[in-house]
Design a protein around this ligand. Sequence first.
Ligand code: IVH
Length: 672
Amino acid sequence: MADKLLSRYEELKALVNSHNYRYHVLDAPIISDLEYDRLLNELKKIEMDHPDWITSDSPTQRAGARPADRFEKIRHPAPILSLANAFGGDDARAWLERVKKLDDRVEQAKFVVEPKIDGLSVVLHYRDGLFVQGATRGDGEVGEDITSNLRTVRAIPLRIPVDSKGPKPPKNFVVRGEAFIPNKEFEELNRKLEEAGEKTYLNPRNTAAGSLRQLDPVLTASRPITLLVYQIVFSEGGKIPTSQWEILEYLKALGFPVTDIARRFNDLESAIQYTETFNEGRDALPYEADGMVIKIDDLNLAADLGFVGKDPRGAIAFKFPAREVTTTLNEIGVAVGRTGVLTPYAMLEPVEIGGVVVERATLHNFDFIAEKDIRVGDRVLIKRAGEVIPYVIGPVLDARTGKEKTYKPSTKCPACGQPVEHFEGEVAWYCVNAACPAQLVRNIEHFVSRGAMDIVGLGIKIVEQLIESGLVKDVADLFTLKKSQLLELEGFAEKKAENLLASIEQAKGQSLNRLIVALGIHGVGEVMAGDLSRTFGNLSALSKTSVEELQQIEGVGPNIAESIVDWFAQPANQKLLKKLKAVGLWPEMKKDEKKKDGAFTGLTFVVTGTLPTLSRDGVKEFIEGNGGKVTDSVSKKTSYLVLGENPGSKFEKAQSLGVKILDEAGLKKLAK
Ligand code: IVH
């Protein structure tokens, strides 16, 4: 029985690793996310029962290590070399002439062209096919041990060959690759950070390097880092190919991610020609590349050619012209994001960078402008890389004339003119006007969403239609819509209009908690909305409260208290409240409608992962029904973490803070 389970366990490890490889390396999954989760859950279940079976190549071992105090040093088994640069075809030709003089075989040499990705060079160690250690390049002799961080990178195989039919690697095997964040993922990451009011990253390279060189693997795991492998640094106890082209094929067969744009050529001219096409078509690459590498294919010949300092003679970095230029910053504009975040941008004297005329570049946030002392009228250095939005690197101080003006951010939202707000601990400034036109689509989407007013049938398309037609200027306008107006909109027939009006009407019966959530006050989620409803009973009372009074409520700190008071102080929001009252959306809650007392009174719970029987809402109801409280993030004040399958980083955090952990059964027992 145990034997059978053990072999199922081995099978599951191989299966999950192989699907992982298909997804992250080949970009060609053959099962759905759901099926993948099922396999992973089965595997985790076995590991819970048999922790002694767990091996380092189990896919569950990718994230989970504790933060380190510092990185250990690792001596590389062979020097991790650099490359000499060539700036254009003539430089490359001169390189070949030089090496031809050193060795006759160069005359017949073939060349491999690969992308030179701008990321972080990493060195991966395998013993008997198992990933055992990973390091940064460091000074080329000694690097830093970042094994726990690299484990979280899904594209790195934990065991090779990934496919059992693949070749068996040498006993000791060390490869090198470039770790990076693809441009699209970088933009997505920044978009999320911006929405959360957090500091955005300046560029993909620094983000990848920073994420791999910080001490908490849980953070690394949350960054979309991937890699491409291109070199065997060391091997012992097995044969490896002797040409670069075959090395790439071999690495691929082992299950490593390898570039698919590498090509082999019989002469340098063709290699240069191919390289040039990428200079022109750089934007099509999904990552930042600062050039292409041209390598002599015959690795024995390349090794015999030796080095100049740290640069091997057998290869050359064909650099693309840098996409950095200086231009004048004419003015600083401010964009309002859908969540109300204000992002400053530079309006530039138009300038061409790599075939594209750039007139605008992001300035990230107001702190950045202050830190770099960027002034209006400055000459500024701009970078454009791949599809990433062009950004300002900083001012050219030598070019200052004294006429530049220090920038003072406006205290008003550029879209609606209402005062802007700043929240403690965040870098962003916000417009918190619920009717700000720049945020209206998003605000209405939030207002009608399931956790808020739960108005069914009001999707984003319809919201956009309602705004465009001028029928809706704030959320209160939804409640005065007429059937005749809806029928004039494209795609609306009798039935659809009637259904929508009916579900809007129904929303008037929603509770005060839900309405408070729906208003979208910064920092106020479901739990707090419940507390506020019970304390104040209606929106008039809440709107008259003070920061001091709010702080009497458990869980309300000074920041949230201030955010609530500020929200109600905004004239635009007061106007909105009047309108809501006028349309009959004014729920009350009896103030004495006390929270139910029960076994969990005074206890705070955080839930992570999927529970066997209770849904997200179900477990919340269960806890609150027993007088407990559910919050989103783990802190020292958390009484219990309720742990399900596939937990997130909350699990780590709870462990590190020593928070007690329960499963669903344990939770139910506790209630008795
Ligand atoms: S080959 C002998 N190939 O570029 C091998 N390097 O300036 C020397 N890089 O530090 C390196 N992509 O981090 C090589 N396909 C590629 C590369 C590559 C990126 C980086 C690498 C190195 C730097 C050289």
